[in-house]
Design a protein around this ligand. Structure first.
Ligand code: BGC
Length: 353
């Protein structure tokens, strides 16, 4: 059995783009521990008690900044912005003015461009071993987006084994934004095989179908009778190889589910019989993007084990992908004088199977 420990702070200490990088750890009264780094305002580790009381690291990641920089997958645990997910053709317009972004995913702009928020060193403030606030001022025009955007991401570890993430942003010119966290979770422990044996529940009746470029078609489909119906708990393995077109387009799950749950009710849950750990996801965002780690297969993680395809599940709370180009989707526009605020909670508990 793997004994999981937090990475060492010294392996995160260095200088990147003229700024110092660090590892920050938080512990709660129940013994849960998390580690974060200011490089990408990332969640590096989450040590959660399993059904035997052993601490399991349920977040995929690496042991130092250099390893994050060398990884083939860039978004492990990161805050993704200014605009997570895809913008078609890397273009959008605000008040008739067109903006051009990097095309770093075929013709799409993915996850804010090449040097998005995941690749920035954030300022930080740690409060009482319980909360970290990360700050970043994204200059006007950065990665092609208009307006200077001031962003704060707060991570709090509650005594109820919840990681509470709060997002806030303001701008000095009309802009668009969509922020998420890209942690990959494996409730059997990072690197411990794939997540096909995880039971998944998503309390959503509808999802957004994608075109062949993985851009929402603009339709909203009922999950009823499709591989996307997770309203009753279902193993991830059940339909992940379904011949349905939507599964084939994305090589698995890589889709946004419409969220109508209030923040007090989980939109999604996942459970591993092996560890007895259940993760519940709560959010104020209008959708939850399930990404089943379809392209994970190259990096070697913290405890030296290779991350396999489906080796981690991302539950990315967000606005709908490509919203700036889709008038019917909830607005992602932020104006000067407004404050963007959103909250997502990842709560861990032990469940009897
Ligand atoms: C996207 C995937 C993408 C992955 C990269 C996910 O959020 O939805 O399509 O391949 O990020 O890490």
């Amino acid at each position: 059995m793997t004994t999981y420990k937090l990475p060492l702070p010294k392996d995160f200490e260095g200088k990147l783009n003229g700024k110092n990088t660090h590892l920050i750890t938080l512990t709660n009264r129940a013994g849960m521990q998390i580690a974060l780094t200011d490089y990408g305002a990332r969640l590096v580790s989450a040590l959660v008690p399993d059904k035997n009381g052993d601490l399991i690291d349920v977040v995929l990641g690496f042991n130092g900044i250099q390893e994050y920089l060398q990884a083939k997958q860039y978004y492990h645990g990161a805050t993704v912005g200014r605009f997570c997910n895809r913008i078609a053709n890397g273009k959008f317009a605000i008040d008739g003015k067109e903006y051009t972004l990097a095309q770093n995913n075929g013709s799409n702009c993915l996850h804010g461009g090449v040097d998005g928020f995941h690749n920035r060193v954030w300022d930080r403030q740690v409060s009482f071993n319980k909360q970290v606030d990360f700050y970043y001022v994204s200059p006007d025009g950065e990665e092609g987006f208009p307006g200077e955007l001031k962003t704060t991401i707060s991570y709090e570890l509650s005594n109820e084994n919840e990681i509470i993430i709060k997002y806030r942003a303001t701008t000095n010119a009309p802009t668009v934004l969509n922020l998420t966290n890209h942690a990959y979770f494996n409730l059997n422990g990072e690197g411990n095989g794939d997540t096909l044996n995880h039971e998944v529940t998503i309390l959503s009746d509808e999802f957004l179908p994608l075109n062949e470029n993985q851009i929402p078609t603009g339709d909203i489909y009922p999950v009823e009778g499709t591989a996307f119906d997770f309203r009753q708990p279902k193993l991830l393995a059940t339909d992940i190889n379904s011949p349905e077109e939507q599964i084939q387009i994305a090589n698995g799950y890589d889709h946004s589910f419409i969220n109508k749950q209030p923040i007090s009710e989980p939109i999604a849950k996942t459970f591993s019989k092996e560890s007895g750990i259940e993760l519940q996801v709560f959010t104020t965002e209008p959708s939850l993007h399930l990404y089943s780690g379809n392209f994970l297969d190259e990096d070697q993680g913290k405890s030296g084990k290779k991350y396999l395809r489906y080796g981690g599940l991302c539950f990315e709370s967000q606005h709908y992908p490509d919203s700036p180009n889709q008038e019917k989707f909830p607005s992602v526009r932020l104006n000067p004088g407004e404050v963007f605020e959103s909250e997502t909670r990842y709560k861990f508990c032990i469940k009897k199977s």
